[in-house]
Design a protein around this ligand. Sequence first.
Ligand code: DON
Length: 581
Amino acid sequence: MNPIARFAAPLLCFCLLTPIVGHSQTAGDVQLPIIDYQTRFLPVVAQQGMVASPEKLAAEIGLDILKRGGNAVDAAVATGFALAVTYPRAGNLGGGGFMLIHLADGNRQTLVDYRETAPAAASRDMFLNATGDIDRMREYFSHQSAGVPGTVAGLIHALETYGTMRLKDVLKPAIELAERGLPVSFALNYEIAARAERLRMNPEAARLFFKPDGSQHEIGETWQQKDLAWTLKQISKRGREGFYEGKVAARIVAEMKAGDGLITLADLAGYRAVERSPLRGTFHEFDIVSTPPPSSGGVHIVQMLNILESYPLKAMGHNSAAYLHHLTESMKLAYADRSEYLGDPDFVEVPVARLIAKDYAQQRRQLINSSTATPATEIAPGRPVPPESSDTTHYTVADSEGNVVSNTYTLNFSFGSHIAVPGTGMLLNNEMADFAAKAGTSNAFSLMHGEANSIAGGKRPLSSMSPTMVFRDGKPWLATGSPGGSLIITTVLQTILNAMVFDMNIATAAAGARVHHQWMPDKLRVEQGISPDTIDLLQGMGHEVEVGNRTLGRTQSIVLHDGWLFGATDTRRPGGWVAGY
Ligand code: DON
């Protein structure tokens, strides 16, 4: 079928179906061709530029940058700073992340790693108490939870290296929103309410997120963030020094001293975003470009695709018991390897090339029994050696020149450590909890971690963040990513499989019910939408299935096809938006 026919519909049909799409927006004045009533979910369609974001105001800010002639990197940086204002649960200045960039000029890709680093004074056993047990409160919700923030360095690095606009111009909309205030949306009100108890425990967070009488801002009321505007202005005036040195840095360090934290002026001044070669793999005719260590995402997405490549997935049928069984078994194998081999490549040797080798996948595939679930306890990390010699958020941007940006960044938990730095409007991340507080134990996402991910000063904690692009005929075709901690990797995997194998349009690919297995605990989590019959069959194969009403991940995706942009915000959470023109 003509791909446009599959993706598009006339405006009337679009408007009628908008409630089904939920949070997507109109296609502006784009001429939408040919009716296809088979289309279950309609992506937003545009031609010139697009931003798929977890929040509307930030998406519109990014789109405005594109309309003013900025490229996808300019728009991504503006959206990143704007989300720090409009989406405080995960948008941030005090966190870190990964930006995957496709540059049309030269048809090449690069990855900006702006993951937080452990402060120099951090040490292997810093979260253990006198009896050798992990002090979870200190790991999750203390000043020591915070890694040295990377977001400001990363966004500025991307802008200066690949953008076209001045920093002050991409920062201006975020500064104005923080200063003038923004109307509290349903989603913002809901997100703050969900974390109100813990936010109120920190006096500065309580001052920032609640009214002087302690009550919450109602939906529609204006919420101003003067301190955050001040911090953004310091960055606007002085670039990275405006954050990593001078008054902002002094305020961060003063708060660290007051709260027994570890970050020093030297840690801040020494922080560097680094560029890395993206992780590359193939799946049938598709090229996969994703996030390398210190994220585990790309390695395991490619590893699972390698394992799955030789099965007749399409014939099995989307979300059939046979399909989900093979998917699940590949997940167990990948997450077992994650627990052993993945960490910061600047500190430990990660056998990336072996883990993503087709022959290693072939070897590991032998462990999959086609009709019975292998208990996690019977799966150990593989031996891909000998060693080679040698509430996160995601948004995606595409511009008219063919540049694409896929960015995932985070404070780790929703609202990070829930501790704000007085006078900056900024929350501290709790990314130190992504390290192994104790080798052989699991973290907040129940992920098992080994020595490769132990704590050391200057080291980056292992991440699951996986901004990913799929290329077809050498051109970018699909860009996506997700929050969700350990769920990120399997969410991205299923989204791209839905599009690559099952030929779904991007909105349908995003909406399809997902499953998740991470080796340990030995449980298969399934979303609502997997049929009871299928669950019965999976249980019959030996899977311990956990059906809950919690959703898995939240993608923001764009497909590029024949000069069209098709965007989809995941309907699992409120507030997402695709802005296009
Ligand atoms: O880097 C990681 O893998 C985690 N810090 C991500 C946390 C996350 O996705 C939380 N969002 N729901």
